[in-house]
Structures are given as C-alpha cells and as structure tokens.
Ligand binder design. Structure first.
Ligand code: DX5
Ligand code: ZN
Length: 220
C-alpha cells in the first residue's frame, strides 16, 4: 500500500484546522507542509509558528518539506515545533552542511528526508543515502502547486528505488508535484511509496475515494 500526504499548500490558510481534520476524516496518512523562503524558490508560504499550531490540532505525522536556503539554520526549530519528518533540499547548501543537517535532524529524534529538484541527477544523492529516512523526487520545479507533472522524472525515481534497495532498504521514496488520479500509477510503478498531492486532493469531488486510489496497490 502507498501512503498519501495531502499538501496544505492547496488548503485554505484561513481554515487550516478544518482542512487538516478533513484530511484525517478522508483517510490521509500524513500532512505535507510546504515551507518556502522566497530565496531557494520564488515563492513564500508558511513557517515555524504554523507548524507549531498544526501540531496541536492533529496526531497525523507532519511531513515538513523545507524549500529554504541553508536549512541547517532552522532544522532544530522545525523539529521542536512538531515535524515528524523534515525534508531538506540537496541543492540548498554545501555537501558538508547537507550531511550535517541530516545528522542533526536524526539526532533530534526526527526522520530526515532529502529532496532532489528535477535537474538534479539521482547519483548526487548516493553519498547521503545512509543518512536519510526518505528521498523525495520532485516531479515539478519546487515553488508552486498546480503545475504539470514531469513524467521525465520517472527513470530517476526508478534509479533511486534500485539504489535504496541496495544501500538503505528501509528508506522511503516520495514524489511531489502534479500527482493526480492519472499520474499516480506511473509513480507507484516506478517505486514511489509516499505520494504528495495538493491540488488534486483538495479539488477532488470525492476526497476519500481519491485517497483510496492513491493508496491502492503500490507495485512493490
Ligand atoms: C511544490 C510543493 C508541492 C505542492 C504540490 O513546490 O513542494 O508539495 O504543494 O502541489 P500539486 O500537488 O498541486 O502539484
Ligand atoms: Zn512539497
């Protein structure tokens, strides 16, 4: 079974508690929280105080996706605010700082994720794999919801699945961007175990049915 992490980037920010409870009621597995700083990506979203408030209203795992420059500066605060999984971008700092940040996240008792933008080859993740609990393959350029799914990322997803099988079989593989009822199948076929969906989840006529569709047979 695959897991679904609805992204609250597509929720109503004036009604986040309502929308998180909606995710719970419709069977969502995790809540995906997109943090953007207007520097690493050309958009600004939400930050630490919002994670802290969300933590108080749900028991679902908070899957926090940091699209910020030099995330090591803020990792501890996001963990303390209540993140269960904290994902940083491979492109957002030096190799040494990225490694140090992953280790720091784990040392604080949180799961550590590493995300790759579409232009970053799978091979660049290899040195970090033993330090990760999840790898995130972006299927859009990070920064905005509602973009078109990039099917050309599927060979990279498959390569990472193979690399993880050999080097860190317990590490989860996630996809994020343009995931919907049509594109979820190919993601699962290529090894995705956790699927993020923003627009497709919040626009679905029947959200519970959409959740079941994403969760159905994972091909793994
Ligand atoms: C994009 C974000 C995604 C976004 C996905 O930078 O990382 O999580 O919310 O939105 P959809 O599912 O609409 O492509
Ligand atoms: Zn995201």
């Amino acid at each position: 079974m695959a897991l679904i992490a609805p992204s609250i980037l597509a929720a109503d920010f004036a009604n986040l508690e309502r929308d998180i409870h909606d995710i719970e009621q419709n069977g969502g597995d995790w809540v995906h929280v997109d943090v953007m700083d207007g520097v690493f990506v050309p958009n600004i979203s939400i930050g630490i105080p919002v994670v802290r408030s969300l933590r108080k209203v749900t028991k679902l795992p908070l899957d926090v996706h940091l699209m910020i420059t030099r995330p090591i500066r803020y990792a501890e605060e996001f963990v303390k605010a209540g993140a269960d999984i904290l994902t940083i971008h491979l492109e957002s700092d030096t190799r040494d700082n990225t490694l140090a940040c992953l280790q720091k996240i784990r040392s604080l008792g949180c799961r550590a994720g590493l995300s790759l933008k579409p232009g970053t080859p799978a091979e660049e993740a290899r040195p970090f794999l033993p330090y990760c609990d999840m790898i995130l393959v972006m299927t859009v350029e990070p920064g905005f919801g509602g973009q078109k799914f990039m099917a050309d990322q599927m060979p990279k997803l498959r390569s990472l699945r193979e690399m993880l099988r050999a080097e860190n079989p317990g590490c989860l593989l996630q996809v994020d961007g343009g995931v919907d009822a049509h594109t979820c199948g190919i993601c699962k076929e290529n090894g995705a175990q956790v699927l993020v969906a923003g627009s497709a989840y919040f626009r679905a006529q029947d959200r519970a049915a959409f959740v079941r569709l994403i969760q159905a047979e994972s091909y793994e």
